[in-house]
Write a protein that binds this ligand. Sequence first.
Ligand SMILES: CC(C)(COP(=O)(O)OP(=O)(O)OC[C@H]1O[C@@H](n2cnc3c(N)ncnc32)[C@H](O)[C@@H]1OP(=O)(O)O)[C@@H](O)C(=O)NCCC(=O)NCCS
Length: 161
Amino acid sequence: MTVPFGSGRAQPYITRPGTPQEAAIMATIAAAVSLSPWSEERLLAACMDERTTGPVVRVIEEAGEVLGFMVYARVLDEVTVLEIAVCAEYQGRGLGQALLCSALQEMRRVGAVRCLLEVRESNQPARRLYQRNGFSIDGTRKQYYPCADGREDALLMSAPL
Ligand SMILES: CC(C)(COP(=O)(O)OP(=O)(O)OC[C@H]1O[C@@H](n2cnc3c(N)ncnc32)[C@H](O)[C@@H]1OP(=O)(O)O)[C@@H](O)C(=O)NCCC(=O)NCCS
């Protein structure tokens, strides 16, 4: 999918399935921006998994350069977002929005009716992204994530598709 908005640059961003060859760059992005990053091995396995219920990996790129990625998995008619990450220097330019939008579209295309995810309570950029895309808070998992000063809650969110 071509994304002609949000980039503010000459070339549009493109979202598409990630490939095994891109596992290393995705892992580098994750390690730089995520508090619980996916490893290269895990991303590689996800890219190679061909089961319909296996993880789905999507990337966002510009001119051949992968700038972010997302992983989600479907069980029956529900999908769970497992990871979304955008290069630090490209955050706040709509790439997360474009990636999530394209994934939600793809989820609808395969017949999913609900999308679920967990997010750290303190993760304002991610919460804003999800809220803007129709996600609401269903509950809280107390003290779920380790953090710098102990542990923090996970918010359980979902959106109808
Ligand atoms: C969450 C993430 C993927 C969003 O990607 P992005 O490309 O910045 O997303 P967008 O540009 O579409 O912006 C999404 C929202 O976050 C806000 N935002 C982005 N960067 C921000 C920052 N550094 N500080 C505060 N808000 C920020 C944007 O303003 C926007 O909110 P708005 O629509 O209300 O203005 C990105 O911040 C990221 O990779 N974070 C680290 C990994 C992570 O936390 N993943 C989520 C796991 S649940």
